[in-house]
Ligand binder design. Structure first.
Ligand code: MV4
Length: 500
């Protein structure tokens, strides 16, 4: 056991702040890092100390592993928290930190490495009887052999990059004639994106749901699951809305998925916070896809329903302490939703809309949490992810949580930039979402930019028509009064003066 007294957060924005808040509560001193674009950012002001890493582009600042480790040494830092993105799933960075005698708040470099390769991950969990999509266990190299395998699995199939993420290097193949071309494309895309051309085949699940399980493990081999998060509403592999629990997961299914996730974690001797990702087909069969070895963007929904502070647990685990609770101690309390507020214009193909946050007023009230890294008047830098905030609501039921979210969206005041708030409101009000009957194709199926224009219903149109008549009647009276009468006792009309 080794107490952490000073923590460096190797990240920026909302997640840097979120981590430092917990550290502060635990009596741990905080060190922020920043690029020249973030000199005045809230995460820098919040920290006890801060170190400039370099120019704005992340490969000259937030990705400079050695510079971050040097900062740790010169400021006597005990531990590094990588947040998400940047260096969070970089096994080499985790190893360098550990080799420098600094605690890495996260899993071992070995766990990160295994789970960073989808093929290695599938092989590691194979002997634990975790359900997986039918496919190849090894990288495919021989086209003929691969075609035979595809025939056996049955089309459509999906070619995936082993090193992939975010849908890169993924190709759907509908029939054999397309196979070779799509495989070449997948390989070259994987090579240029990850420097690793290994690809494999899986049966393509047409419209899956994306459901993931949060796990926590300590260095004493205790592992628990903190239930599921439903992340099916996404656009081009970017999550839009996340919730916990999922509207389709029964207690039995939850237990089965939770136990499978714990096995996956066990298979790679996991410790720290991690997420086991599954896809779920229309018959509610679930299949293991991959494991994310970091704290995720959507972790707050799990915190809301379990009452656990995941960052605090990560820090306690990193200190070497045993988990302070058991599986049976965990219960689900209510329902939580998270929407991601991006500086993007949904009416213009979600083009990033960076600029100045002229007005920035957060919604407030019970069951509302805003995790953000901006303040009114700040410019949003162009160099990083355009997510400006996460808006999280919690209430007793899914319906109440949705109502609370809609109210919170309406109370959120942002001017100066376009945001995805209205787009999220559209999703939350859609029948497919409220009924729980949706999958990863939701946005494709139901969204088009016109949906964000104001749509008047019949009642509203009738009201507007009657108001128009009222105004017209009143104007007629005004007309007589203002213009009076002419010499012949007839009303005098001067239409030019009637323009009010
Ligand atoms: C799949 C799939 C269908 N069948 N695998 C996309 C990113 C990566 N994490 C895995 N992904 C998928 N794998 C098989 N065999 C569909 C997807 C997928 C998806 C998964 C989760 C959330 C959103 C998605 C959007 C499109 C495709």
């Amino acid at each position: 056991m080794r107490k952490i007294n000073k923590l460096l957060v190797a990240n920026r924005g909302e997640i840097s702040l979120r981590i430092m808040r917990t550290a502060k509560e635990m009596g741990i001193k905080t060190v922020a890092v920043y690029s020249e674009a973030d000199r005045n950012a809230p995460h820098v002001k919040f920290a006890d100390e801060a170190v400039c890493l370099g120019p704005p582009p992340s490969n000259q600042s937030y990705l400079l592993a050695d510079k971050i480790i040097d900062a740790c040494k010169s400021l006597n830092v005990d531990a590094v928290h990588p947040g998400y993105g940047f260096l969070s799933e970089n096994a080499t960075f985790a190893k360098k930190v550990t080799d420098a005698g600094i605690i890495f708040v996260g899993p071992s470099p070995e766990s990160i490495e295994v789970m960073g390769s989808k093929l290695a991950a599938k092989n590691a969990v194979a002997k634990y009887g975790i359900p997986m999509v039918p496919g190849t266990e090894e990288a495919i190299t021989d086209i003929q052999a691969a075609k035979l395998k595809a025939e056996e699995i049955g089309y459509p199939i999906l070619i995936k990059a082993s090193a992939g993420g975010g849908g890169k290097g993924m190709r759907i193949v509908k029939y054999e004639a397309e196979f070779e071309e799509q495989m070449q494309r997948a390989i070259s895309e994987a090579l240029s994106a990850f420097g690793d051309g290994a690809v494999f085949i899986e049966k393509y699940i047409t419209s899956p749901r994306h459901i993931e399980i949060q796990v926590l493990g300590d260095v004493h081999r205790n592992i628990v699951y903190l239930f599921e998060r439903e992340c099916s509403v996404q656009r081009r592999h970017q999550k839009v809305i996340e919730e916990a629990p999922s509207a389709v997961v029964s207690p039995e299914m939850r237990k089965a998925m939770g136990e499978a996730a714990v096995q996956v974690a066990r298979a790679c001797n996991y410790y720290g916070a991690g997420t086991v990702e599954f896809i779920v087909d229309e018959n509610l069969n679930f299949y293991f896809l991959e494991m994310n070895t970091r704290l995720q963007v959507e972790h707050p929904v799990t915190e809301m329903i379990t009452g656990k502070d995941l960052v605090k647990e990560q820090i306690l685990i990193a200190e070497g302490r045993p988990l302070s609770f058991k599986q049976g101690d965990l219960i689900i309390n209510g329902h939580a939703l998270e929407i991601r507020v991006y500086a993007e214009d949904p009416k213009n193909n979600f083009l990033p809309d960076i600029g100045n946050l002229m007005t920035y007023i957060r919604p407030q009230g019970p069951g509302i949490r805003v995790d953000d890294g901006f303040e009114q008047g700040m410019d949003i830098p162009i160099f990083y992810d355009p997510m400006i905030a996460k808006l999280i609501t919690h209430d007793e039921t899914r319906e109440k949580s949705i109502q609370r979210m809609i109210r919170a969206i309406d109370d959120y005041q942002i001017t100066g930039i376009e945001t995805t708030l209205g787009f999220c409101r559209f999703v939350l009000e859609h029948e497919a979402f409220t009924s729980g009957n949706f999958d990863t194709k939701f946005v494709e199926k139901y969204f088009s930019p016109e949906k964000l224009e104001v749509q008047w219903d019949e009642e509203e149109l009738a009201l507007m028509a009657s108001l128009a008549v009222d105004i017209f009647e009143k104007e007629k009276t005004n007309l007589k009064r203002v213009t009076g009468q002419n010499r012949n006792g007839m009303p005098r009309t001067n239409w030019k003066n009637r323009l009010i």
